[in-house]
Design a protein around this ligand. Sequence first.
Ligand code: FNR
Length: 374
Amino acid sequence: TTTPRTEEPPGALEDLLTVREFEARARRILDPVHYDYIAGGARDEVTVRANEAGFARLSLLPRVLGGTAERDSAVSILGTRASMPVLVSPTAFHRLVCAEGEIATGRAAARADTILIASMASTVAIREVAAAARAAATDRDPALWFQLYLQPDPQDTLALVRRAAAAGCTALVVTVDSPVLGVNERNVRNRFHDLPPGLACENLRNLRGDEPDTVRRIGMSPELNWDDVDRLRAHTKLPVLLKGVLHPEDARIAVDRGVDGLLLSNHGGRQLDTVPATIELLPEFAAVAGRKVPVLLDGGVRRGTDVVKALALGATAVGIGRPLVWGLAVAGEEGALRVLELLRAELDHTLALCGARGVKDLTPDLVRSAQAGA
Ligand code: FNR
């Protein structure tokens, strides 16, 4: 069975003032099995909670009388411009929550003028997502990156890279935290193991050795190592970022091997449970890698103040996972766009209250650990 859809009338969207209200509304609308798949995380969900709690534990310490009325939030990351440092992190299966699926996501990100990191596990092929984004971003190229897992057969990985490059993606994000998939016990209890009939991972169609029209299951090969990342980099001109490095020593190795950027992520608490909140690891990552490559962060970003804290502690930008999916679930493209615009407005307001002229003004002294002062 697919999702019972009761789309909200467009006017009602304005009543949703926060990301958390979007989640509450999505929860009422979605099939509970699908809600659990999205909201849930690995095992006891310790890390899912830690991500948000990590931001709450930090306080902001604003400057006054900065004397500026205009604030600049635009960023450029590895040659891709975004109007704000809030990107769309890769999340799978958007047609589970809205009929247009990733078409709606592509349009929303393009209209918000920010980067969409399209998931390999998309229910719409990357070529079609790119075409939709291009049509929505009339006066510029849409900002599109592609997330992938290295495949057991390197030829399949290269086929995915070719598909992404042909679609106009300008960077690759290789997720490395999933040698095996994390266990969301809500899915086990709900017996949610497969996409409903009619939905498939469209990017994985017709790979090498498959029968025509077969769609592979998602996964990364557990025997892969750093040399496989080097091999991928040798085969593409696109910048390569690693997503899911958590140990600072691995961050150092990645930078030494010439990786172009890091997306500090614990997969929204969906892989190994009890790893730290990403915001807690950020200062160390900024020290190890931040001067050499851009460090992005995702996990638990729900407010403009969260964005400012992450940027102050050294992130170039942050990504949102679940919030975007809640927007899609509530009202498709318009809902996803509204979530992005809420975060943009909150970010700008926070910058103003911090006395910052823009995101480049944000420095670590603006953030205090709430406990230290208490
Ligand atoms: C994800 N995430 C993810 N990551 C990835 O590299 N490839 C993927 O296909 C997916 N799929 C996916 C599905 C769903 C439903 C969720 C919630 C998450 C992880 C995602 O990119 C990101 O790291 C987290 O979602 C960030 O945490 P928040 O913003 O959800 O708290």
